[in-house]
Design a protein. Structure first.
Length: 329
């Protein structure tokens, strides 16, 4: 019998922190996964987490836990797959030090990820962007901070984790204005700033009046904004903007939607997908392919190019009312 506790602790301290030097976001995600799993296993076995044996976390229990995530906690399939990826990572580590549990470990590693339906991404049109930024009345300090934060995200496409990590010294103004970020995989990149955004940030930095190492977008107490706080501020401004732009009400909008918006603006401006991948900090251009699927303009142009040369551009319209009825079925 092999207790899980020492192996799980070594997995975090040795594998994730020392060998892989995993980011804080990865550590936090894996930590949450195993907290949920241990609580579930405790309810099923009646043993405290520190008393659980590796053999008790067998494939049936893990499968039940994944079903619990979907049906009891209401997690999406994508979240379920992310939790399973963390579990697979742990069990691959356990396989090296606990060959006596090889059968149990291999059965857990054989649990497959579920296939998901890939929906078209959501992004904001230019009128919707203008309505969102106009919803910040700028009468208070936070209402002057928020449009700078939202406008920067829409122009640069920063991830929310990159946004919360920004400091005042990460912004370079003047000639060659840019924002410096450390993204996924600890990849550093510099994203150019347009003149309007440069003007907004110049005004904000003057009011911010912080030290170079201070957070660029702080709370009222000077600490960095959390992810939840940023999403809350976005939801607040969306509620105001929806009254002037009803199309916002039918879209599920998060901070990641603003990242999608930045990519779609680049695509609609005629930029190549490889440029967009570099802009967003994607490791592979295949990740950026989703924006091509969302752009109806490119699809319509492709259809137009397939028409015979003598054909007039435009969509087919039935000339007879009966044909029109049948076409509409």
């Amino acid at each position: 019998m092999s207790l899980l506790a020492p192996s799980l602790q070594a997995y975090f301290t040795d594998r994730l922190l020392t060998q892989r030097q995993a980011s804080q976001n990865t550590i936090a995600a894996y930590r949450h996964t195993f907290k949920l799993l241990l609580r579930f296993a405790t309810d099923r076995t009646g043993k405290q987490p520190s008393e659980l044996d590796i053999a008790q976390l067998d494939a049936p229990l893990i499968a039940s836990f994944l079903d619990h995530l979907e049906h009891a906690r209401g997690n999406t399939i994508q979240t379920r797959n992310n939790r399973l990826a963390a579990i697979h990572s742990l069990f691959a580590y356990l396989a090296l030090d606990h060959p006596e549990h090889a059968d149990t470990i291999q059965r857990v590693l054989a649990i497959p990820h579920k296939r998901t339906t890939k929906n078209l991404l959501t992004y904001l049109t230019e009128p919707e962007v203008n309505a969102l930024l106009a919803a910040c009345d700028q009468t208070t300090w936070t209402d002057r901070r928020d449009p700078a934060m939202l406008a920067l995200t829409i122009q640069t496409g920063l991830r929310i984790s990159e946004l919360t990590a920004l400091t005042c010294q990460d912004i370079t103004l003047g000639t060659g204005a840019n924002v410096h970020t450390i993204g996924k995989g600890r990849k550093a990149r510099r994203t150019p700033l347009t003149p309007p955004i440069r003007t907004i940030l110049t005004t904000w930095l003057k009011e911010r009046a912080g030290n170079p190492s201070d957070p660029l977008f702080p709370t009222s107490t000077g600490t960095p904004l959390s992810r939840d706080a940023i999403e809350h501020r976005l939801a607040h401004h969306l509620a105001v903007a929806t009254s002037n732009c009803p199309s916002l009400a039918v879209k599920h909008i998060t901070m990641h939607t603003l990242r999608h918006t930045a990519a779609m603006r680049l695509l609609l401006a005629g930029n190549d997908i490889t440029v967009i991948a570099l802009w967003l900090g994607h490791e592979q251009t295949t990740t950026t392919q989703i924006y091509l699927h969302a752009d109806m303009t490119h699809k319509q142009q492709a259809i137009d190019r397939t028409r015979p040369i003598a054909a007039k551009p435009g969509r087919y319209r039935p000339t007879d009312t009966l044909l029109a009825f049948l076409e509409a079925l």
